[in-house]
Design a protein around this ligand. Structure first.
Ligand SMILES: [Fe+2]
Ligand SMILES: [Fe+2]
Length: 166
């Protein structure tokens, strides 16, 4: 599944990069909108598992982690909004349709193959960190973007830890 994750992500990223060339903050906004969905999906599945009496020892830890990640991703989203990332309806429409699909894909993926679902999100986080690093290399220092970059690396490490737990 790792190869499948990498190929799917590379293809999606290539399409988004092509569509959003020269429009950094709109691209970041779309990516942040999408990046939040897996954490909602993980929480949804964990809630459902709990309701069905399938709560494991790692359950509470994972719920707290994924809740903190959703909040943090929403902070990133709000920052991109403050920079005009969601100014145009076409970007909002694109991201919101994509996120609906991505949310349900992640619900199903996490239910049947949680490690693989975590791996996909890990790859997304690594891609996000790389994207912000490239932006900084071209546009110079930006404290807020650097902070967000570090958050994405932290999310990646948290996902690696979660992968080992389940
Ligand atoms: Fe983010
Ligand atoms: Fe992230």
């Amino acid at each position: 599944m790792k190869k499948f994750n990498e190929v799917t992500l590379s293809l999606t990223v290539a399409i988004i990069d092509f569509l959003y060339r020269g429009r950094d903050y709109q691209r970041f906004w779309v990516l942040e909108e999408i990046a939040r969905a897996p954490y909602f999906a993980f929480l949804s599945v964990l809630h459902l598992r709990e309701s069905l009496g399938l709560r494991g020892p790692e359950h509470l830890y994972l719920m707290k982690e994924h809740f903190a990640q959703t909040v943090n991703e929403t902070e990133h989203l709000e920052y991109m909004e403050s920079r005009g990332g969601n100014r145009y309806w076409i970007d909002r429409a694109f991201a919101r349709h994509l996120v609906l699909i991505y949310y349900w894909v992640n619900v199903a993926y996490y239910w049947v193959a949680p490690r693989s679902a975590y791996h996909l999100s890990y790859e997304v986080e690594v891609h996000a960190a790389t994207t912000y690093a490239k932006y900084l290399a071209i546009n110079g220092h930006d404290d807020k973007i650097l902070e967000i970059l570090n958050d994405e690396l932290k999310h990646g490490n948290e996902l690696l830890k979660a992968m080992e737990m389940i």
